[in-house]
Ligand binder design. Structure first.
Ligand SMILES: CC(C)(COP(=O)(O)OP(=O)(O)OC[C@H]1O[C@@H](n2cnc3c(N)ncnc32)[C@H](O)[C@@H]1OP(=O)(O)O)[C@@H](O)C(=O)NCCC(=O)NCCS
Length: 170
């Protein structure tokens, strides 16, 4: 497995790095799945610097950047603790870095966060057409629970599956 450093995003310059990664990864990955209009709408609404800053400072999200051993940013993730679960809101590895174990390392890190907070479950939503990522999550131990449709405004919906992983808290 490749080593990855996981760094909490807590200032403007790191938020800007997330915004740049999001624009690159989301356009490459999601335009074929949901179309350019929805991707641009969602990038502006959820992954602009202003939106990320509000999520971190007002809404309880924690964002993390993944850095490889050469100091390059290879992806990012975000979680938000809820009363009975840790919601994995974002997990993105850049295309050229996939399949190198970074996603697994990130999920293991997220599991430790959940365990430290005494939360027995990690949940996430993943687009129904995002089959490769669904397979990766299944390898990480997540199971599909049910379809999950979210109205994100602007006439767009996210047509997802809810996936969950139960943790055995010691
Ligand atoms: C899903 C994602 C985060 C996984 O990260 P990753 O760094 O590629 O995953 P890993 O290298 O740790 O792979 C973990 C396992 O999943 C498997 N896997 C990863 N991507 C896969 C794919 N597209 N198809 C099938 N299996 C896949 C790997 O083969 C590996 O299996 P193994 O442990 O048996 O070898 C990453 O592929 C990604 O960013 N995808 C695009 C963005 C996205 O859809 N994110 C999820 C949003 S909900």
């Amino acid at each position: 497995m490749n080593a990855v450093r996981i760094i909490e995003v807590c200032d403007g310059p790191l938020i800007a790095v997330v915004e740049t990664l999001a624009q690159r990864i989301w356009r490459e990955h999601y335009i074929p799945l949901v179309g350019r209009a929805q991707v641009e709408y969602m990038l502006e609404k959820f992954q602009s610097r202003a939106a990320i800053s509000i999520q971190i400072n007002k809404e309880g999200f924690f964002y993390y950047l993944f850095e490889d051993r050469e100091g390059a940013w290879v992806g990012y993730g975000a979680v938000i603790p809820r009363s009975d679960e840790l919601f994995l809101s974002k997990l993105y590895v850049s295309a050229e870095n996939r399949g190198r174990g970074y996603g697994r390392s990130a999920v293991e890190f997220v599991e430790k966060i959940a365990e430290n907070k005494g939360l027995p479950k990690i949940s996430l939503n993943v687009n129904k057409k995002n089959t490769g990522s669904i397979r990766a999550y299944q390898k990480f131990g997540f199971v599909i629970i049910r379809p999950f449709v979210t109205d994100v405004g602007g006439g767009f919906v996210m047509d997802d599956y809810r996936m969950e992983k139960l943790l055995s808290l010691s």
